[in-house]
Design a protein around this ligand. Structure first.
Ligand code: TMP
Length: 206
């Protein structure tokens, strides 16, 4: 299960709340995030979010995200799935498709090809897209980071608007996997929407 969305949507909190709720149901859960989740991928995260020199071009950036993902899948996600756990991940491939693809200008087919090469093309069973208005996102970001932004958060409004548009398009194109969640309410309201959607999804699988 992956969580996706723009900056300040409350994704990371919702990822953790879902992992806790699943554990309470007796499910073994692996809670993780991208970029990151392994020592190597966390090292790549630091390079991506606080880049040396003039920063990365979009192609190098996409390759670094794909490299981090390859390590994360091989060393953490696949072993957890093989052990029968549910993996709940804060961001995954769809973030590359939205940020480096729709906003960064790379072709979606190329990002999917990188994912095939790096990670065998594995996709989530279910993806929650947490959506909030720009105003709510900016307010949450300002309180979270005291206004400090990393290299990607700090990109302009046009870039982030394209990220949002691309997520919406990806959700429309893959309704069997995506659920759009309104994240503008309280933490517990949003969590309630996530749980309700998960239960509906499981019902459909039966
Ligand atoms: P986070 O702050 O939500 O943990 O994510 C780190 C940043 O990395 C965020 O701005 C989104 C960006 N990102 C990409 O651009 N491509 C990706 O593939 C992933 C996983 C994250």
């Amino acid at each position: 299960i992956t969580f996706e969305g723009g900056e300040g949507a409350g994704k990371s909190t919702q990822t953790r709340l879902l992992a806790e709720a699943l554990a309470e149901r007796g499910i073994q859960v692996e809670l993780t995030r991208e970029p990151g989740g392994t020592a190597g991928a966390e090292a790549i995260r630091a390079l991506l979010l606080d880049p040396p020199g003039d920063g990365w071009g979009v192609r190098a950036e996409a390759l670094l995200f794909a490299a981090a993902r390859a390590d994360h899948l091989a060393r953490r996600i696949v072993p957890a799935l093989e052990a029968g756990k549910w993996v709940v991940c804060d961001r995954f491939l769809d973030s590359s498709r939205a940020y480096q693809g729709g906003a960064g200008g790379l072709a979606d087919a190329d990002l999917m090809e990188l994912h095939r090469i790096g990670s065998g093309g594995i996709l989530p069973d279910m993806t929650f897209l947490i959506e909030v208005s720009d105003d709510i996102a900016s307010a949450r970001l300002a309180s979270r980071d005291e206004g400090r932004m990393d290299a990607i958060e700090g990109r302009d409004r046009t870039y982030h608007a394209k990220v949002g548009e691309t997520f919406r398009r990806l959700a429309m194109e893959a309704p069997e996997r995506f659920v759009r969640i309104d994240g503008s309410g309280s933490l517990s309201q949003t969590h309630g929407l996530v749980i309700a959607a998960l239960d509906r999804f499981e019902e459909l699988q039966r």
